[in-house]
Design a protein around this ligand. Structure first.
Ligand code: NAD
Ligand SMILES: O=C(O)C(=O)C[C@@H](O)[C@H](O)[C@H](O)COP(=O)(O)O
Ligand code: ZN
Length: 370
């Protein structure tokens, strides 16, 4: 039997959808798809990657086939490099060859890479078909919610994409048990981010429960994922297309995305790059008058065993150029999400380039800042 721990809702009027978090959900996936009115007359395409497919694809396929769904499966190479136009094109080819039509649904079984990629296929194939997120990483508590789907350009992260909301997020927490430790840590980066931008108590809870989270303690994980998904859902419900408020979910991302692109996709995991970006944002907050912010933020990131420094040899000017390609960059100004304290942030477009350069140098090869 499936054990639903929690069902949350992303409130978007007639496009509202549930986030079901629980145990043993993959084996019962068909029932949740039926509840979400996913049609069964046209083929469904399950997209997964070379790590998730051997672990979980068969379970999902079996549940769907036993309930009368016809499925085809596409498996992409694991890792950030699959968020590319080449892999996107391969998936579109497979969708055409498999006869997917406008009543078809794409299921993204995997982490944020598969979710963003398969979601972008779903959002553009025949100008948009249904999709369902089946996240299998901790990080994907963030990526599976909110409908931002995209692939990368070699010069800038997530540069080619659309907003396309899923019909359902089916989050089987049993899958998280097979995550490598580095991926666990990277996922916790986005979890503590949700606390840092919105909920002081949750940010401190992440720090104080770091040991349990890192050990994949079931109760700690369930709480962290529910809180993280809940915060994300609230923000997306208020500002689906990032006209304003949603930009706060980008804490650490102006620099973080630049790090990913400049270092080469996959060198830094997304969560790792965002952790360094959040350390940078804390330094910015201190520059703007919030005493003690950096030490407090770094204590949280370090408790979760996340990186807070830049490699000394990363090209600072390449980072500056990459930050000017950020999607928040407007009218000649970089935009940073800057903490006002733990649990609250502002969207700032008045940070001058020299301040950013100084912060980059401070983060290079430094373990601690005073
Ligand atoms: N759309 C959004 O709102 C949003 C939000 C945050 C991040 N993202 C994107 O998400 C991506 C990062 O996602 P991610 O960290 O999940 O990376 P990922 O999808 O690459 O997964 C991490 C690694 O873990 C493996 N894996 C996945 N599930 C597993 C499991 N249960 N057991 C064992 N191995 C497993 C994968 O094969 C991969 O090697 C980035 O591209 C980032 O830009 C998007
Ligand atoms: O959902 C959002 O909005 C976010 O910013 C969440 C981020 O964690 C995520 O990495 C997102 O993909 C970044 O979006 P982008 O618009 O900066 O590419
Ligand atoms: Zn992110």
């Amino acid at each position: 039997m499936a054990a639903t721990l929690k069902t949350l809702t992303v409130e978007l009027g007639e496009r509202s959808y549930p986030i079901v978090i629980g145990e043993n959900l993959l084996a019962n996936a068909a029932a949740y798809l039926r509840k979400a009115s996913v049609p069964d007359k046209s083929p469904l395409m399950i997209v997964s990657d070379e790590n998730t497919a051997p672990l979980y694809l068969q379970q999902l396929e079996t549940s769907l086939k036993n309930d009368g769904y016809r499925t085809v499966s596409a498996v992409v190479p694991a890792g950030e490099q699959s968020k590319s136009l080449d892999v996107y094109n391969d998936l579109i080819t497979q969708a055409i060859e498999a006869g997917l039509d406008r009543s078809s649904t794409i299921l993204a079984l995997g982490g944020g890479v598969v979710g963003d990629l398969a979601g972008f296929v779903a959002g553009t194939y025949m100008r948009g078909i249904r999709f369902v997120q089946v996240p299998t990483t901790i990080l994907a508590h963030d990526s599976s919610v909110g409908g931002k789907v995209a692939v990368n350009h070699p010069l800038a992260k997530n540069m080619i994409g659309v907003f396309h909301q899923p019909e359902l997020v089916l989050y089987d927490v049993d899958t998280l048990k097979s995550l490598p430790p580095r991926e666990v840590r990277a996922g916790l980066s986005e979890m503590v981010k949700h606390g840092l931008i919105w909920d002081k108590e949750f940010a401190y809870w992440c720090r104080d429960n770091a040991e349990h989270l890192l050990a994949l303690d079931a109760a700690a994980l369930a709480h962290g994922l529910e809180k993280g998904c809940g915060i994300k859902a609230q923000i997306v419900s208020r500002d689906e297309r990032e006209n304003d408020l949603r930009a706060i979910l980008n804490l650490g991302h102006t620099l973080g995305h630049a790090i990913e692109a400049v270092a080469g996709y996959g060198q830094f995991l997304h969560g790792e790059a965002i952790s360094v970006g959040m350390a940078a944002a804390a330094l910015l907050g201190e520059e703007r008058g919030v005493a003690g912010l950096y030490a407090e933020t770094v204590s949280m990131l370090k408790a979760l065993e996340l990186p807070v420094t830049l490699p000394e040899d990363i090209d600072s000017e390449a980072l500056m150029t990459a930050m000017q390609r950020d999607k928040k960059f407007r009218e000649g100004k970089m935009v940073f999400i800057v903490p006002l304290g733990i649990g609250s942030v502002e969207i700032a477009n008045d940070v001058d380039a020299d301040t950013v350069r100084t912060i980059i140098e401070r983060l290079k090869g430094r373990e601690e800042q005073s």
